[in-house]
Design a protein around this ligand. Sequence first.
Ligand SMILES: C[S@@+](CC[C@H](N)C(=O)[O-])C[C@H]1O[C@@H](n2cnc3c(N)ncnc32)[C@H](O)[C@@H]1O
Length: 242
Amino acid sequence: MKAPSFPQLWSRIADRYPRLAEQLRERTLTPDEARSFYDHLGRKLDWHAFYENPALDELIEHLELSQASHVLEFGCGTGRLAEKMFSNLPESARYWGLDISRTMVELTRARLEPFGERAEVHQSDGGPRLRVETGGFDRLVSTYVLDLLSDDDIAAFLEEAHRLLARGGLMGLVSLTHGYTTSAQLLEHLWVGLHRLNPAWVGGCRPLRLLDHLPAGGWKVRYHRVVTSYFVSSEILIAQHA
Ligand SMILES: C[S@@+](CC[C@H](N)C(=O)[O-])C[C@H]1O[C@@H](n2cnc3c(N)ncnc32)[C@H](O)[C@@H]1O
């Protein structure tokens, strides 16, 4: 007898135990779990660069950084993206990084030391509301972070992003997304299965479609593409504060 595929198995579980299936589907890491996970992971986070870099490079290419002056990053990790962005920013531009994990804040601070006072990195409390000035930024970036948040926190973050960005400012997001190739779909099934059993096994991240979360009003989509690298599909979304 042929073994059922993961989606077949999942739909059988969902038919039989609808409440359990709903709870597993919606389960994401709490801020405390995320903090503890990334504090322990530390610089090993950079091992993910092999599949993330093509999407990050494409984001940078379309973010018009040469015209930016105030950049905010939510969930800066080890500072890899920030370091790449600095080589595209004008000399006068400044960067603020936020992360829930103390270890990540320290790694980013160390990495950005050559940029002196142009870079500031702070530990955040994990809530989607950020204690920063309204309209104070012309770029807001967040990569592989929204895929860790619950749907409600994604909505709250996007509302906050609209408050923080000046009119005309650009928000650049990258997230894990649904597989676009057959091999990427197979990997996605495995990934989603692991996430449902225990989100921490996959760093709390699950594939989503960023565009579905973007509110209809207040934003103009400037760039949208899915790239697949090493069987992992990533969605790049750049939206302008309209
Ligand atoms: C998958 S890593 C991505 C890091 C980095 N942006 C990158 O692309 O390599 C997720 C990062 O988001 C941070 N993070 C997770 N939940 C957060 C929250 N609620 N608020 C702020 N940072 C958070 C983690 O500490 C970690 O550094």
